[in-house]
Design a binder for this molecule. Sequence first.
Ligand SMILES: Cc1ncc(COP(=O)(O)O)c(C=O)c1O
Length: 305
Amino acid sequence: MLESKWIWMNGKQVEWSNAKIHVLTHAFHYATAVFEGIRCFETDEGPAVFRLSEHINRFFDSMKIYMMHGTFSFDEVRNAIKETVSINGLKECYIRPIAYYSYGEMGLNPLPNKVELAISVWEWPSYLGEKAEREGLKCQVSSWRRIHSSALPPQAKATANYANSALAKIEALKGKYDEAILLNMDSMVAEGTGENLFRVKDGILSTPPASSGVLRGITRDTIIKVAKDRGIEFWRNDLSREELYTSDELFLTGTAAGVTPVREVDGRAIGLRPGEWPVSLRLKEAYLDIVHGRDSKYRSWLDFV
Ligand SMILES: Cc1ncc(COP(=O)(O)O)c(C=O)c1O
């Protein structure tokens, strides 16, 4: 990874190489941590964090689910994020706030342990790989199912959930795919390992509902709003595995992954013609214009550093 200089830890800027936690930290053993993935983009008016308030709200919702209380306020987290981007002198970066049950008591009850917070930022231009992002993703429907809310709350962006994603990702990469698509326990499509999924068929855009077990992605929400603003018909509905294969277009969305077309699922080419994904690319361009401050209509989504 591309290292930066400073990491914010519990109110202080600490040098990157000194930002350490104890090996007996509760979260390290029991995955009792929640996090966010946010991006800061370069604009003509300087670096701007995209939809920062929505990300902090989701972070606080995740903390609430895991009963993490008494840490920092919304404004303190917001200021700390902007300060950390600024002090590292980055124009564009990925931002990773994490809240975790710290060192103190072992055993499964996390509540006796203090909740600590850290914010790291680093340059991460391409998450899925430049080639795959340019040429479209080769995806596999995973043999792993997306976690069900009866076992782990999918709406909390908790580190625990990502063991599920990591297993699916390993399987996909070992099989020479770029990314996995997970079905839920009802065999309906959920999402990628760290991305939401959209389908285009006969000019209609659709995505699985939150009840399918997906994370309510902020990029997903952005694409839904932008598509509606552009008059694209949109449905939120369950998708079956075969509807993936018969899509005119498929694309994945996420803060890390951006808006990335899928070119193949389980060996079936996606698209009316190879490499032609008009709706996906139109929405991708719209997204890039918005995050880089080139579309004044959505300026309120930018939080300037
Ligand atoms: C499992 C999962 N789904 C979807 C997303 C996309 O969410 P967002 O667009 O808010 O980054 C992410 C990334 O955070 C994720 O980890």
